[in-house]
Design a protein around this ligand. Structure first.
Ligand code: ADP
Ligand code: MG
Length: 720
């Protein structure tokens, strides 16, 4: 199978990519999107205004408006060749789900009419029983509801077998509880915006425009030739290699990062970018990543909610187009052991059209004070709710990456850069010497230093880094939706901004000088929460020790992190800002456990199967070959060297017993309770799988190449 794959890879000719001159990005950008420009052209003026009021200001949607929009949307989509429409939603599997329906409806006399009413646009009823719900839905109420998210534009998805109008929707249970990632994202954005606007009013912006969160996701991924992919049941079924000896050449030469992009990959990138442009996704930078076969794409930042939808669409598009180019796109956080893993950096800022990002230091002292308040809100939020940030990126697959020496550590800290850290240090000391009165030691708002917009030095080891006009959360895994982290960031920011606004409003009401109130609040926040600021090397052995002294948690694995979801303070926080009620929090905890156990369960069964049916037989064949050779030589009276035979026999025995151990672990009765299953996966299955892998990888270095059944790391990583 493996040798055939190599021959097939050699013979493969990738499809040519050509762009006609008329297809400049400007012309195709947003071509398949039912954008505000399209709506303005096609909708009556009042209807258009009403929809825009909902999108821009969160106004309630008028049902009559929905009818008019639905009709215009249907005509537009049918002109673009769509025969069906789909409510697209984001269930807690982390994938994208779609329910397709035809526009055509039978009309009694045996004919059919193209219909698409407002109520069909606004609401759908997919059967929800096959999506994870963590106990939120009883089987007798299996129905789930999808609801149109007016703020995320509908689009037409092209497919050789027919185009589809896709409508981004939320997915909720009959009782209105969230079964998806979009619902809490919208709720949390609203909460964060509300309190950010209170702060802006305090700083003299009388009627601030709606504040939203922005997200710019950087996506890392691997490409492997599909012939190899199909010859690896582990990649195919679990997304990562469960076997594979370290190749003679790894990434130690550092010759791939920002190196020339291979021609075939460039073709793939051009093709994906064209598709992304059509869908209105602003793909911007592309380059090689650290590991061989690894690449990155960073679309321009957008509103959090739209960025999240686009991010999901981007992953689907990448998968499809990679296939077209004879490759498989791997989004797993750790497809290859011993090689760099993949993350998805979530660049976060908040702001609006009027004021831009509120995390820009600016160059006037007055703006600086406002910036410092928002920045202090981030510091406080990250310190107070580090556990929630950690759990927002917890998964069985991301566990392979976090805390390893290439991804940020599992300890959540903030990098501010020297300049900003120094400013906060001064603010802190200002309070310590406040007995001096209004001396020069106090950093009054008037004397705050002017900050540069780019901090210059970049720390790559911090999980939460200030990068000039935004914070970059680097812990999310490449496979995860950005919604999870964004929900958490929005919610903890809502709480921090609420706290600050309440404090400052009270001070102002009590007649305290505003500048002084800001000054003393900043001092208090950095004194209480400065422990989370760390500008040093997050990979060093000293950091976990230092972090412990500072009282920062080190939640190493998913099972250490998941209980953070159901602590009283966490549940109260999410309830207070109307993002999740307690039931929803419990359901997310349950689903976290279930997904963890399921992921590792699949890997364990695959390990057993591949070990038993592919690797052991290959090793035994080779062992037999050697034994026959020894026998023949001895019979011929030649001194036979038995060392190679003995060298193989050792690991063959180890593989046999490791497989038996894994089988026993898989057969063990765990009682089917979610926590017990998850703990069993961590404590019994993972070590048993590791034992199998150790023996198998040792054999890979011994068994004759022509007998080895699985494409090797070398082949998968270096042949593109
Ligand atoms: P780096 O690799 O240095 O982190 P990239 O240019 O690859 O930087 O990616 C930066 C990402 O941050 C892009 O997606 C970009 O759109 C996003 N970004 C830039 N400014 C902001 C901002 N104010 N808010 C959110 N995201 C931003
Ligand atoms: Mg980055």
């Amino acid at each position: 199978m493996r040798l055939q794959a190599i021959r097939d890879v050699e013979a493969y000719v990738p499809p040519a990519v050509s762009f006609t001159d008329t297809e400049t990005p400007g012309q195709i950008f947003g071509e398949n999107v039912f954008s505000s420009v399209v709506m303005q052209k096609r909708l009556p003026k009042l209807v258009y205004k009403s929809v825009m009021a909902t999108i821009e200001h969160g106004a309630m949607l008028d049902p009559l408006v929905a009818d008019a929009v639905a009709s215009a949307m249907k005509d537009w989509a049918m002109e673009k060749g769509a025969s069906h429409y789909a409510h697209v939603f984001y269930p807690l599997t982390g994938l994208t789900a779609e329910k397709h329906d035809s526009f055509l409806e039978p009309v009694g006399d045996g004919t059919a009419l193209a219909e698409f009413a407002g109520k069909t646009l606004v609401q759908g009823e997919p059967d929800a029983s096959s999506f994870p719900n963590g106990g939120l839905r009883n089987t007798f109420e299996a129905r789930g509801y999808t609801g149109w998210d007016v703020t995320s534009p509908a689009y037409v998805l092209e497919n050789p077998n027919g185009n589809t109008l896709c409508i981004p929707t939320v997915f909720v249970s009959m009782t209105g509880e969230a079964l998806d990632h979009k619902t809490p994202l919208l709720r949390s954005q609203q909460a964060m915006g509300e309190h950010a606007e209170r702060i802006l009013r305090l700083f003299g912006h009388d009627k601030p425009a709606k504040v939203v969160s922005f997200c710019g996701p950087e996506q890392e991924y691997f490409l492997v030739d599909r012939h190899f992919f199909l010859a690896r049941p582990d990649l195919l079924n679990s997304g990562r290699t469960l076997f594979g000896a370290k190749p003679p050449k790894g990434q130690e030469f550092d010759d791939h990062y920002f190196g020339a992009i291979p021609e075939r990959v460039l073709g793939f990138m051009m093709d994906t970018e064209r598709e992304l442009f059509k869908l209105g996704i602003p793909a911007k930078t592309r380059h090689n990543e650290v590991a061989p076969g690894q690449f990155e794409i960073a679309p321009m930042f957008e509103r959090g909610n739209i960025a999240a939808d686009h991010q999901q669409l981007l992953m689907t598009t990448f998968k499809a187009i990679a296939k077209k180019h004879g490759m498989e796109c791997l989004f797993h956080e750790k497809p290859f052991q011993g090689v760099n893993g993949s993350g998805k950096h979530v660049n976060f800022s908040l702001g609006n059209n009027q004021l831009g990002s509120l995390l820009v230091p600016g160059d006037t002292p007055h703006d600086n004070a406002q910036f410092l308040v928002f920045c202090a809100a981030v510091i406080r939020a990250v310190h107070k709710y580090a556990g929630l940030l950690r759990v927002s990126v917890a998964s069985a697959t991301n566990d392979h990456r976090l805390g390893a020496n290439e991804a940020p550590p599992a300890i959540i800290s903030i990098f501010l850069g020297d300049q900003l850290a120094d400013v906060f240090e001064q603010i802190k000391n200002g309070a310590a010497t406040s007995s001096k009165g209004k001396g020069s030691m106090i950093i009054g708002v008037d004397t705050l230093p002017v900050l540069p917009t780019d901090p210059g030095d970049r720390n790559r080891t911090s999980p939460f880094a200030f990068t000039g006009n935004r914070f970059e959360f680097r812990a999310p895994g490449s496979m995860q939706t950005v919604s999870g982290p964004m929900v958490t960031i929005n919610t903890i920011m809502a709480e921090s901004l609420d706290y600050i606004a309440t404090d400052l409003e009270a001070a102002v009401a009590a007649g305290t000088d505003f500048d002084e109130a800001v000054q003393s609040l900043l001092t208090q926040i950095i004194t209480d929460h400065g422990a989370v600021v760390f500008n040093g090397d997050g990979y060093s052995d000293a950091w976990p020790i230092e972090a412990e002294k500072r009282g920062l948690a080190n939640l190493r694995t998913t099972l250490d992190a998941l209980p953070e979801l159901i602590t009283e303070p966490a549940m109260d926080l999410f309830e207070k800002y109307k993002v999740f009620n307690h039931r929803e929090m419990h359901s997310r905890y349950e689903i976290g456990l279930e997904q963890y156990a399921l992921t590792i369960g699949v890997e364990a069964r695959l390990t057993l199967e591949m070990g038993t049916t592919q690797i052991l037989p290959a090793a035994v064949r080779y062992q037999t070959e050697l034994a026959v050779n020894v026998g023949a030589l001895s019979a011929a009276g030649v001194d036979a060297d038995t060392a190679p035979l003995l060298a193989v026999t050792g690991p063959v025995g180890e593989l046999r017993s490791a497989l038996a151990g894994l089988k026993a672990a898989l057969d063990a009765e765990t009682g089917h309770e979610a926590l017990a299953e998850a703990e069993h996966a961590r404590d019994a299955l993972l070590p048993a799988m590791a034992a199998v892998r150790t023996a198998a990888d040792a054999l890979e270095d011994l068994v004759a190449d022509d007998l080895w059944p699985l494409p090797t790391y070398q082949e998968m990583l270096f042949i593109l």
